[in-house]
Structures are given as C-alpha cells and as structure tokens.
Design a protein around this ligand. Structure first.
Ligand code: NI
Length: 173
C-alpha cells in the first residue's frame, strides 16, 4: 500500500462529479486503504478519491485525535438522507487547499447511508466534527470545495495564493 500524491487546487479534476461504484470489491477496498494511508500521511481527517485523481464516489474519514485510537471509516456511494434544521459554522480546511481555512455553515447533524468495505449498506448518524467532515467529503464527490461555500472575494483570494504557490514550486523544480 502506498500513499498517493494529493491534487492541489485550482485543478479541473477537483471540479469533476465522481461516479458511483457498482460494488465494493477488492479494487475498491485497496483504493480505500491507499486513501487512508495518504490521508494519515498528510495529517488529514478526511479524503475523497478524486483528491488522488480517482473519479469514484469513495471517501475515508478518521476524526480521532492524536492521543486517541485511530477510527478509520470507509464509505462508498455515501448519501446524506437526513439533515438537522440547525446550521452551525465550523472552521474548515482541506488537503487540496493546504494552509487555508475558513468558516463554513452546514447542518449541525446528518444521517448518511453508504456501502462499507464489505459492500454492506450502513447508516451513520454524525454530529460535531464528524458531521462537518462527512459533508465536506461528499461535496468533493460533486466537485464542490469548501471555498465554494464562502464569498467569491475570499475564495478568489485563496485560489490566487494557491496558483502563485504552484508557480513558485514549478519554477523551483
Ligand atoms: Ni477537502
């Protein structure tokens, strides 16, 4: 199992709508494990397959803190089937927009239905940071980044900085 390079915004691949998986088979399980390794290696708490260039509706999450036991969650075809009435704002970041953070308002709790690594249908009630993370990762599957939820002014500022950073890195290599 190897960690894969993470795509950094702005990049057209991050705007793609990912396709459902037909079945969680050995290939999808391998993808999930590679994603977890990539995510943990980058100290993230969530990752969508498209962030490593795979157009499949697969996400992984682990919101355990450093001093807690790892709690990896693997989801294929995740779907939000219930949301709370109340919205709450949390500061969000993203491995595809390194070192940029912004407050995003989302439903406080959600119920998500998905296929697990054994291809079993499961449902999860999420609140707190887990609810934020699930919604953020499912957004990725529809080509939506957290900066798409904030003002155009702030979004463009962040994307301009990332573009500049990419240029500098290209020049340095
Ligand atoms: Ni993200």
């Amino acid at each position: 199992m190897t960690a894969r390079p993470i795509i950094i915004a702005p990049d057209p691949r991050l705007k793609v709508k990912s396709k459902p998986v037909k079945k969680v088979d050995a290939d999808v399980r391998r993808l999930m494990d590679e994603m977890l390794e990539t995510m943990h290696g980058a100290h993230g708490i969530g990752l969508a397959a498209i962030q490593i260039g795979v157009e499949k509706r697969v996400i992984v999450i682990d919101t355990a803190k450093h001093d807690e036991k790892p709690n990896p969650i693997r989801m294929a075809n995740p779907e939000i089937i219930e949301v709370s009435d109340d919205d709450v704002a949390h500061e969000e970041g993203c491995l595809s927009l390194p070192e940029h953070f912004s407050e995003v308002a989302r439903p406080e709790s959600v119920r998500v239905r998905y296929l697990d690594q054994e291809n079993e249908i499961r449902e999860l009630d999420a609140d707190g940071i887990l609810a934020v993370c699930v919604q953020h990762e499912i957004d990725h599957l529809d080509g939506i980044l957290f900066v798409d939820h904030i003002s155009a002014l702030k979004r463009n500022m962040i994307l301009r900085k990332l573009t500049k950073q990419k240029k500098l890195e290209a020049e340095a290599s």
